[in-house]
Design a protein around this ligand. Structure first.
Ligand SMILES: NC(=O)c1ccc[n+]([C@@H]2O[C@H](COP(=O)([O-])OP(=O)(O)OC[C@H]3O[C@@H](n4cnc5c(N)ncnc54)[C@H](OP(=O)(O)O)[C@@H]3O)[C@@H](O)[C@H]2O)c1
Length: 301
C-alpha cells in the first residue's frame, strides 16, 4: 500500500517510516526542508510549505492512507509568534492536503492524524475517555481542537478519519524523556511541583505499532494513544532514577521556578492528564510496554 506521511522526518515519523517499510509499504512524505528530500523506490520525499500554500501534487498519486504528524514542536518558548506557528503548522497543513485530495483524482480512503491529550480536563483522579465532551480552556487544548477540526473535514470527502490523542511519547532519541534523564544522570534530578500530576505516556514502539494497527483495521474515530498505566510525575522520576541507579536527593522543583524559566510552556511539566486506553484495547490492540518499569528498562537498558 502507498502511504503519504507528513512530519515523517520527526521523532515519531522516523520510527513509523521504519516500521511501514518493514511491512513492505511504500512511503511518500511531505517535508518543509528541501535538504531532507530523498528519492528511493519505496521512500520518496516531496516539498511543501503549508504557510505559503505550496504542495507538490505528485505526492498523492496512488496513495491510500495519509498519516498527518506535521507540526511545529511545542517544546519551544511560546511567544505569540511561535504560538501562531504551532497552530498553523497543524491546521494549514491539513487544509492544504484536503484541497489537494479534493482537486486531484486519488484513492485515499483513510487519514490518521496525531492529536494531543491537552484537550481533556485536568485530572488527578478521574480517568477520562474519548467520550468526554468537557475540555480544558488552555492554549494547547485550543490547538488540539482546531487541529482535530481541520482533520475532520476529510469526512466530508467520504474518507475515514482516525485521530490518535497521544500522551507523552517515551523514546531515547528525543522528546521529553531524554530531558528528564539528563539531570538525573548528573545526580541533580527531581520531580516537578507536587509530583502528583498524572502523566499518560506511551512507548514509541507501541505508538508506531498503533499507527500500523489503525491502517490494518481501518480505524475510524478518536482513540487515546496512551499506555494502560498512567503514573504520577514522582513515580516516573523515581523509575528513571532507579533504572539509572542514581539517587534522588533534591526536593521537588517548585512550579513557580519552572514558570519563571519556561513561561507558559511550563504547562507541559505540570498538567495532569489521566486517560483511559480501554477503547484501543477493546479493538484488540496489544501494548508491548504496559508498565513504566518495562518501558524505561527497554529504552535505557
Ligand atoms: N512526541 C510527543 O511526545 C508527542 C505527544 C503528543 C503529540 N505529538 C504530536 O505528534 C506529532 C509528531 O510528533 P514528533 O514528536 O515526531 O514531532 P517532531 O519530532 O517535532 O517532528 C515534527 C515534524 O513536523 C514537521 N514540521 C515542523 N515544523 C513545521 C511547520 N512549521 N510546518 C510544517 N511542518 C513542520 C517537521 O518535518 P519537516 O522538517 O520534514 O518538514 C518535523 O520533523 C506532532 O504534531 C506532535 O505535536 C507528539
Amino acid at each position: 500500500m502507498k502511504i503519504l506521511i507528513t512530519g515523517a522526518t520527526g521523532l515519531i515519523g522516523g520510527e513509523l517510516v521504519k516500521l511501514l517499510l518493514e511491512k513492505n509499504h511504500t512511503v511518500n512524505y511531505l517535508t518543509t526542508s528541501k535538504s531532507k528530500i530523498k528519492d528511493k523506490l519505496n521512500y520518496k520525499g516531496f516539498f511543501w510549505n503549508p504557510q505559503e500554500g505550496k504542495i507538490d501534487d505528485r505526492c498523492i498519486y496512488d496513495v491510500e492512507v495519509i498519516i498527518h504528524l506535521a507540526g511545529a514542536n511545542i517544546a519551544q518558548r511560546w511567544t505569540n509568534e511561535y504560538k501562531q506557528e504551532i497552530i498553523e503548522s497543524r491546521t494549514l497543513s491539513s487544509e492544504l492536503i484536503f484541497n489537494l485530495v479534493k482537486k486531484v483524482p486519488n484513492q485515499v480512503k483513510q487519514i490518521i492524524s496525531a492529536s494531543g491529550t491537552a484537550i481533556y480536563p485536568e485530572s488527578f483522579s478521574k480517568v477520562y475517555d474519548e467520550t468526554e465532551i468537557e475540555s480544558e480552556d488552555s492554549f494547547l487544548s485550543n490547538v488540539v481542537k482546531k487541529w482535530e477540526e481541520s482533520v475532520d473535514t476529510f469526512n466530508t470527502l467520504g474518507i475515514k478519519v482516525c485521530k490518535l490523542r497521544t500522551g507523552i511519547v517515551l523514546s531515547n532519541k528525543g522528546g521529553a524523556l531524554p530531558e528528564m534523564v539528563k539531570p538525573i544522570k548528573l545526580g541533580v534530578g527531581a520531580a516537578m511541583g507536587s509530583g502528583k500530576q498524572i502523566q499518560s505516556w506511551i512507548h514509541i514502539n507501541d505508538l508506531v505499532a498503533m499507527y500500523n494497527f489503525a491502517i490494518e483495521k481501518q480505524l475510524n474515530g478518536v482513540y487515546n494513544a496512551v499506555s494502560p498505566n498512567p503514573i504520577t510525575n514522582q513515580v516516573l522520576t523515581k523509575a528513571i532514577a532507579k533504572n539509572l541507579k542514581k539517587p534522588l536527593w533534591l526536593p521537588n522543583v517548585p512550579e513557580f521556578v519552572m514558570k519563571l524559566a519556561l513561561g507558559e510552556m511550563s504547562y507541559l511539566l505540570f498538567s495532569s492528564k489521566n486517560l483511559s486506553s480501554k477503547k484501543i484495547l477493546d479493538t484488540g490492540f496489544q501494548f508491548q510496554f504496559s508498565t513504566i518499569e518495562n518501558a524505561i528498562e527497554d529504552l535505557y537498558a
